[in-house]
Unconditional design. Sequence first.
Length: 489
Amino acid sequence: MSASPPAVPESLIAGIAAVVGKSHCVSEPEQLRTYECDGLASFRVTPGLVALPGSTAEVAEVVRLAARAGLPIVPRGAGTGLSGGALPVPGCVVVGLSRMKKILEIDFENEWMRVEPGVINLDVSRRLSAEGYYYAPDPSSQSVCTIGGNVAENSGGAHCLKYGFTVNHVLGARVVLGDGSVVDLGGAVPDSPGYDLLGVVVGSEGMLGIVTEVVLRILRKPEATLTFFATFPSTDEAGHAVSAIIASGIVPAAIEMMDRLAIVAAKAATGLDWPDVGAALLMDVDGPLAEVEHTSASATRLASAAGALEIRVPRDENERQLMWKGRKSAFAAVGRISPNYIVQDGVIPRSAIAPVLREIESLALAAGLRVANVFHAGDGNLHPLVLYDARVPGQEKRAEELGGDILRICIRSGGSITGEHGVGADKAPYMGEMFGEGDLDTMGRVRCAFDPENRFNPGKVFPTPRLCGDRPGVYRAHPTELSGQADRG
Ligand SMILES: Cc1cc2nc3c(=O)[nH]c(=O)nc-3n(C[C@H](O)[C@H](O)[C@H](O)COP(=O)(O)OP(=O)(O)OC[C@H]3O[C@@H](n4cnc5c(N)ncnc54)[C@H](O)[C@@H]3O)c2cc1C
């Protein structure tokens, strides 16, 4: 069931349709339901209207019209977010960027490219591949998620351990602000003078403005990449192997961990002949061939010393791709072993992987639930998947409580409530557990400086919208922001 949205004035529908074209202005209730959630499908709100602009000028005009009507705006890429970031606010205008998918310019000599925000992450590397280049951040959703969504979430991926997150690969952005004005932040030349406003926008979860162009750093493909798959009796040994490899000075391109349940799910989805073991690491080492051979020999020695049962090296590129497919499809694969699951995302120091996974396991046991783990081990970025059956009374609630307890373990161990999926609507209640009042006030002031009317994505990230409200004449909350927002589907 969805919350019924306040009606959007016909004059606004007509005005927006005149800007973006009738077929790109969605107002029919049945069609609006397509946009009622992101990847976190347990929260659903039907938007008032969806506009699908085709250019920066159209985005700016849509923003002006929505602002004049006093409506909140929710930017949306592919809707794969896992924190309810693109969850509509009742009565809002969703601005979908999926039509803006042009690659505008590539400068190989200076190693950058300019793209529209609706370009799919994997299409960037596909376009660059023949020239020997690629775009490094590789979320597991990379075949569907957009660059705009990646920028808003500061997305990570398996290979961000060595190469850095999205923020390290965005040189510039064009942003439409809440009054419809357009600003350019950063640019193709590194290190713009003044405050790093680009750095503020990357990871701002669609709350400061709408990104309509992005300048991306592109990299030359490494000469060689060696991959190995190591199995372990349990996550304890696998966790120690991760710490030992990185402590030895090796920076793998990627080092991903899967526990027993995640391996079972990935096998079921891909047909891989992985053994039934307590844990596995999938690791890439890349660079010049001579260095890679030396490094991967050292890494496999360290994995063996930490208790590896078996170390497999793919026979060819096809087998290597299949191994990575197993890892990248593991979230979705968990749907084969459980009717429902919550994808949690938190960070811990990587030296704490083994004890934290043990603590999570004992909490899960106490709650009568199962947790599968598949995650970016090198970054300490956990993704515990809490499995439950919504048909069993009480299980969903227990799963949510366990998800919350896992976040508290992350905070207690010196980590964070999100590594890459963002705070969105889902984790806003935990921000107060991670940050003090002063920190939240400071973040709120930054938000007010960009978006004084709280136009974009109201009600996300901050546990309460109080700060702008403390500044009379500045904050005007949309009434829907303050009422109970979302139905849980
Ligand atoms: C199976 C699966 C695996 C995943 N694996 C990873 C992973 O490995 N690493 C990772 O980081 N994430 C991962 N994700 C989460 C998700 O794919 C990323 O957060 C991704 O960046 C979202 O992109 P999107 O285009 O789908 O954005 P959406 O979900 O549409 O939006 C995400 C946020 O960005 C805002 N936004 C979107 N476009 C713009 C824009 N142009 N301007 C301003 N704000 C905008 C939205 O308002 C929202 O707050 C995964 C998701 C799934 C379903």
